[in-house]
Design a protein around this ligand. Sequence first.
Ligand code: ADP
Ligand code: ZN
Ligand code: ZN
Length: 647
Amino acid sequence: VRDKDYYYLISPADYGGSTEFALTYQSAVPLVVGQIVVVPLGKKQSLGVVTAEAKQPAFPTREAEAIAGMPALPEHLVQLAEWLAGYYVASPTAVWQTMLPTGLTKKRRLPGPATSHFESKRTNHQLTPEQAAALAQIQKGESTGYLLHGITGSGKTELYVRLAAAELARGHSVIVLVPEITLTPQLIATFESHFGDIVIATHSKLTEAERHRAWLEAAQSEVPRIIIGPRSSLFLPVKKLGLIVVDECHETSYKQEQSPRYHAVVVAARLAHLAGAKLVLGSATPGLTELYWASHGRLQLLRLDKRTNDQALPDSSIIDLRDKALRTRNQFLSDPLLATLDETLRDGRQALLFINRRGSASSQICTDCGTVSLCPNCTLPLTFHADHLQLICHYCNFRRAPVAVCESCGSTNLRYLGGGTKRIEAEVARLYPSARLARLDRDSLTPGYLTEVYKGLHDGTIDILIGTQMIAKGLDLPNLDMVGIVSADTMLHLPDFSASERTFGLLTQVSGRAGRGDRAGKVVIQTYTPDHPVIKAAALHDYDSFAASELAERRLLAYPPYVFLLKLSCSMATSAAAESKAASLAASLKLLPGLVILGPAPAFMERSGDKFVWQIIVKAKGRQELVAVASKLPSGWTADLDPLNLL
Ligand code: ADP
Ligand code: ZN
Ligand code: ZN
């Protein structure tokens, strides 16, 4: 016989069946909000998180069990979880699987306690006037969110370090988000050299045990900590959170591509609000959405327009690949690019050759005039499907056979964009037999190899680095004089509303690797479309005019940030089955007011394993209308709210 029972709302954490965010349970002992407990659900047991106290309901309730020694979540994370489930239309299970480490009930040995006394082992730079002004502005605290728009090499990292030190000094923890893998080694090394063992660094390749240990370390720490890692680091249970930094906030790896399909910048803003922390978004090429927020007063814009070494941004030249007279030495690498490379190697300096593989062999392009086959309805590039031998529009499903003759100039020299890192590596090895090469792409990547390449670059035992997106960011090498962009076109002609934004960002980032030491950098951009405004703006480092014209275009064509998007996908055993399933949903969506329906059309990668994927794009002025659609979907559909691309 018990004197009293306690009642709580508890969110089931590892049981797929529940759609309610939290259910009522009783407990023989008092529990706290954020406590992780065991609850019965149907015939199973599930972990659960206490979200609120409750009154005794009219119906009978089952009993929750406390788990001895289990740390509780801070209240702001409980609120964040509930918000995530609603905002991204996700089940509590999907949310908690993202937020909590797996194997929570396993016993693990923790590393020793971190010491609170940190000392800077690194020489502190005297801040540049621009850095000092930005720091003062953030510390004045007129806003809770800041967009730090600083060109490559302007010393954003140094600012993050100063801001973090100030938070630690007042007893608050800091989260620094970095994009996947590439950037992490250098930024972590910088923070560790300043702050030692109070840094908790995570990355996406951690084992279950390592992830759990990082979580426990954050939850149980007696001293404020600095968390550095990818988007999931937002969910580490630090108690007093004072600052969230999102470095390279324009990066697409901040979006999770499985449920909950959240964007870390949006979640960071929400978390900062819930925890009363400051938010600093840093980028050399802020996303148009973040820029739009800043221009509407939701973020304060701070700019760093000078490099800390007083060098100008590198000199960029655009090479027209249509001009065959410029390609006498090699089919892929133009004479001007090779001349710059000759010079760089002769001076004993380093070069980086960038190849973008994404979307290779997709668009059909005329190698004489640069014309790309476009959809007559959507003016977006048509995608070549080898299996159907057709060019297909991925928005409206317009189809036609590939052309044999260019519609603009009558040339028959048409090809599909392509070419990969291995091929370029082989060509470079043949042209420069004594140069020391390294290649970084998804095929060559292992954590050990990455460290080895970084070391080789720093020690000067690598002359030429060849790679994909992976090498575009974060590298800060004083001897890197030259960047060659082998083809700027592959990503530009992806059939997607954000292709220009991503191309501009990537060209700017990769160009920004050059000229960070004592010499001016040089960038050579090869392209079939040298007059394209995005390529011209990138070569001139002109973010402002790029952003202005791209925002005007987005407004005109009704794309984000002016409307909200929902991408719906279904996959079926045959293309015809997927098409008819999609057609029936599209027909019912068209009856709803206030929505614009595009498609159905096959996905950019129509074949996924042995399935065929079709999609429907829904546009609306208000996000709530899309949330309503996403929460009432028939089975077999996945919904992506605020997708970064429509591929
Ligand atoms: P960003 O992240 O903006 O591209 P970094 O933070 O990598 O730039 O800084 C570029 C380089 O400038 C780094 O090598 C950094 O150590 C150096 N640096 C940063 N601040 C200063 C400063 N105030 N004076 C001199 N060098 C600086
Ligand atoms: Zn042509
Ligand atoms: Zn179309």
